[in-house]
Design a protein around this ligand. Structure first.
Ligand SMILES: [Zn+2]
Length: 169
């Protein structure tokens, strides 16, 4: 199965929340987790804020706190979109539908417990927590040089296959 949309077709320096950019099994996992977050029992009002991150947007974030001030300190150490699984369609950021980022840690923890059931790892568990961030469970914390080489030489679908996020042929 190929992706609904090609990642390289999205070059805007702004976030997209289109699920079509995600690896097929990761997309299924995100949709199932979100449905559970927002069912009558949990009623967490969760939504996806960002899926695929273009290199153009990664460059804009990288400039913040470096060449663009304020902020006074850098907001990310990722010089390109290939230093985050967002650049591979294997990560999403999830926020509250109306309160957006302005929710207590417990809210994110509840969302994370549900995403964990759907094989998604939470950025809130990191040393520098990134609470809205979720990525495919088989991914390492960050993409390796091997993953970057693979996407360059064989395309994103080869990476999806390597981490078990493709629909089996
Ligand atoms: Zn993220």
């Amino acid at each position: 199965m190929s992706a609904g949309l090609s990642l390289s077709s999205y070059t805007l320096a702004k976030p997209t929340n289109k699920l079509d950019y995600l690896a097929p099994l990761f997309r299924d996992a995100v949709e199932s987790a979100l449905a559970e977050c927002n069912d009558e029992t949990n009623a967490l009002d969760a939504m996806v804020y960002e899926t695929y991150r273009s290199n153009e947007l990664a460059a804009l974030y990288y400039a913040r706190g470096r060449t663009v001030k304020p902020p006074t300190t850098p907001v990310t150490n990722a010089p390109t979109n290939l230093w985050s699984w967002h650049g591979f369609g294997l990560a999403v950021d999830v926020i509250h539908r109306t309160k957006e980022w302005d929710v207590p840690n417990e809210w994110f923890a509840k969302v994370a417990a549900i995403f964990a059931k759907h094989n998604c790892k939470w950025g809130g568990d990191w040393k520098s927590p990134d609470r809205p961030h979720f990525q495919w469970g088989q991914c390492k914390p960050g993409p390796s040089d091997v993953a970057r080489e693979l996407i360059r030489t064989r395309g994103v679908e080869a990476v999806w296959e390597a981490v078990g996020a493709s629909v089996p042929a």
